[in-house]
Design a protein around this ligand. Sequence first.
Ligand SMILES: NC(=O)c1ccc[n+]([C@@H]2O[C@H](COP(=O)([O-])OP(=O)(O)OC[C@H]3O[C@@H](n4cnc5c(N)ncnc54)[C@H](OP(=O)(O)O)[C@@H]3O)[C@@H](O)[C@H]2O)c1
Length: 337
Amino acid sequence: MKAYKLPQAAGIGSLTLLEVPTPQPGRGQALVRMRACSLNYRDLMVAGGRYARGSVPAGLVPLSDGAGEVAAVGAGVSRVRVGDRVAGIFMQSWLGGQIGPEDHRSALGGAIDGVLAEYVVFDQEGLVHLPDAYAFEEGATLPCAALTAWHALFHQGALLPGHSVLVLGTGGVSIFALQFAHAAGARVIATSSSPEKLDHALALGATDGIDYHATPDWQDAVLRLTGGRGVDHVIEVGGAGTLARSLQAVRLGGTVHMIGVLTGQAEIDPMPIMRRSLTVRGVYVGSREMFLAMNRAIAFHDLHPVIDKVFPFAEAPAAYRHLERQAHVGKVVIRVD
Ligand SMILES: NC(=O)c1ccc[n+]([C@@H]2O[C@H](COP(=O)([O-])OP(=O)(O)OC[C@H]3O[C@@H](n4cnc5c(N)ncnc54)[C@H](OP(=O)(O)O)[C@@H]3O)[C@@H](O)[C@H]2O)c1
């Protein structure tokens, strides 16, 4: 079978397509024929050697997110059957409850081999069934970006109808957060680098869009739009370049869900967190239990991911470059054909 590997993490050019033996499922394991994978910003960091330095092994099969069909099962497998349509969970060992240190060591496409291959063996516990109405390309978008947004809003955020949510930019996590919050009856304010992308966000249900290039003090625009109160939740994916403004855009006692570092890492001033009684909470993807809850909501609301572009397997490096250009809205997918 064919698989991509990263012999060194020296950039997208390091991606190497290799012919390797097809793995076989052992006891409790399932062999999945991968049909589609999706990219996350993390995958650019992994390929460039910028992700959790020291914890990513050389020769890694990259990507956390993929969907496919079960091709064979080992002895003792009861959770899935041959032919089932499944996706792998981001942290293979985080099934429910609180996250533990061992879960970090089970993250696909980071600590352990990922899914950019024609066949992948998973422990049966590390799989979930796709929503029935989902194509493989859609299912492949769920494990990281969708689940992170879901976890932030509903497991730690306790989002209610009538709450307001600020999403930063129109990448994978932010667009899923927009869709989930809108479906739950919340008001969504979106920022973006481009008016065209903001139009897309408005079409998906955002009530307001702010161009952060034209309006660099976008936190003031958020306050104006909310009558001076601020939003209940911020889906904070920007990191150093956006966090100080996010702390101003959120209401007194509101929550900043700390998810990403698109603009890098930096020290922050703790004063606004204290004076404004804010909750700033880190989110690291989510558990299998959360994934199953999310899939029930997706099926009930018939929600579908926004897929910007699908690339063939042979052009995986081009898919990475497309994500790196940040011209996309939502998700970038690789079809494994
Ligand atoms: N903690 C977790 O579990 C977790 C899970 C998933 C992702 N993440 C992190 O979350 C971040 C987003 O990941 P992703 O996969 O959704 O990324 P992505 O799809 O690559 O999103 C990139 C988009 O972010 C927007 N953006 C870039 N700079 C921005 C800025 N200064 N202000 C506002 N928006 C900006 C741009 O959209 P516009 O052009 O519309 O502005 C850009 O197209 C990354 O740092 C990633 O590592 C964390």
